[in-house]
Design a protein around this ligand. Structure first.
Ligand code: ADP
Length: 395
């Protein structure tokens, strides 16, 4: 409680001068903000809002008031509307906070002017309390405005993200057919009688088309995982069945690079989204093959699965490949991160840096987690922890 008359006096003065104070605030904005405030606040609605906020702050200064803005007060609603308005006007969070800082400054300066104008100085405690209450009220209003602003901002980002994913889905769908035709055309030409230069050109063309097809497939997978319409087939399945299917798909690639794939049996059963588990394994296995170490005479991948606890399965994909540098381990699950790009010609690989982000997305959607243990020159192990029974809701 403000026990002196000063609180009542200053409360009344702030309330009676609220229009003037709002105008002062506006003038200071024009001076201080790096934007034309008249363009930023063209609406009368905002200029209505600020005087009401000042009225409420004035009320908080009254000695009968407990100094706090009530959680259900209309003024909080106005502060929220202000957040929405500033969001629609594409203001930055910094600007919004700066506007409130300016408001606090204008009000405190007004209190100091009022003190100066009094015939005798009010008690220091009462002055300090008034200033503290101004800051407290401005903070509450600023917080409310910022909350509304951030809520809308987050929603806008999510919508933009969804539109981008939708674009990716559409674009990759459209690319698939012409790329397939291109690949077919190249393979037909490769059968024909061509001179060495033309064959070389075709080889380069073939490599680039394959790269584009791989990129398209991966982008499609990324968009599908994030799509709400992604059909999830959760079923009870022996992990071994999914491991065998993933291995089958990569057998040719593994043979070409002389990489032995060992599967440790037995393996437990899971109730899981089989499509996502297969996609995860295909990505991990193809990486293990791609980044196998040509300098090692015996290259292998080992896949193990066991019950880690009553409700968790531990699935490991281990290789004795080139390994991952320690400082890169924390980044490899981020989209478009490639660590061994410089080794591509030596390893004869191409990549886009999407495989592990797909793995991470899939594993999360299956309700599990993934981490990596790696030593350069020794090898890499990806460890997946998956629930024995999948969560009922998709990704
Ligand atoms: P990419 O298309 O480049 O293979 P990924 O997202 O699948 O993209 O992998 C990201 C990077 O992580 C790779 O470029 C590679 O540098 C590294 N990496 C992934 N798996 C392995 C592995 N088994 N051994 C060594 N490095 C790996």
């Amino acid at each position: 409680m403000i026990t002196t008359d000063f609180g009542d006096l200053i409360s009344a003065r702030v309330r009676s001068e609220h229009e003037t104070l709002a105008a002062r605030w506006f003038e200071r904005l024009v001076d201080l903000l790096p934007v034309d405030a008249r363009k930023v606040f063209p609406t009368s609605s905002l200029l209505d809002h600020v005087p009401s906020l000042i009225l409420e702050i004035g009320a908080c200064l009254h000695s009968e008031h407990d100094g706090a803005i009530a959680a259900n007060s209309m003024v909080l609603q106005k502060a929220r509307e202000l957040g929405a308005l500033r969001h629609d006007q594409r203001a930055s969070l910094h600007q919004v906070l700066r506007e409130y800082q300016i408001l606090g400054g204008v009000l405190v300066q007004f209190v100091l002017e009022e003190i100066d104008g009094l015939p005798s100085s009010p008690p220091a405690g009462a002055c300090v309390q008034s200033v503290a209450r101004i800051h407290q009220a401005v903070d509450v209003l600023a917080q409310t405005t910022v909350e509304a602003f951030v809520e809308l901002y987050t929603k806008t980002i999510a919508e933009q993200h969804e539109r981008l994913e939708e674009f990716t889905r559409m674009a990759t769908h459209e690319w698939r057919q012409p790329l397939g035709a291109l690949q077919f055309g190249v393979s037909v030409l490769q059968q024909s009688d061509l001179d060495a230069a033309a064959k070389k050109t075709l080889t380069v063309l073939d490599r680039n088309v394959s790269h584009l097809i791989d990129l398209t497939r991966k982008l499609e997978a990324v968009a599908r995982i994030h799509s709400n319409g992604d059909s999830v087939v959760t079923q009870r399945v022996p992990v071994l069945t999914v491991v065998r299917e993933a291995t089958r798909q990569l057998r040719e690639m593994a043979d070409m690079r002389a990489v032995e794939i060992r599967i440790d049996e037995p393996m437990p059963e899971l109730t899981i989204d089989v499509g996502r588990l297969e996609l995860t394994l295909v990505n991990l296995l193809s990486n293990a093959i791609k980044y196998s170490d040509p300098a090692k005479p015996h290259r292998f991948i080992r896949i193990r699965a066991s019950l880690e606890s009553r409700d968790t399965c531990r699935l490991e994909v281990q290789d004795n490949g080139i390994g991952i540098p320690r400082d890169a381990v924390s980044r490899i699950f981020q989209r478009f991160t490639r660590v061994h790009g410089a080794l591509d010609p030596l390893l004869h690989v191409q990549g886009v840096g999407l495989g592990l982000s797909i793995v991470d997305d899939c594993v999360r959607a299956m309700g599990g987690g993934v981490h990596v243990e790696s030593a350069e020159g020794v090898g890499t192990t990806f460890v997946l922890r998956l629930p024995l029974a999948a969560p009922t809701l998709p990704g």
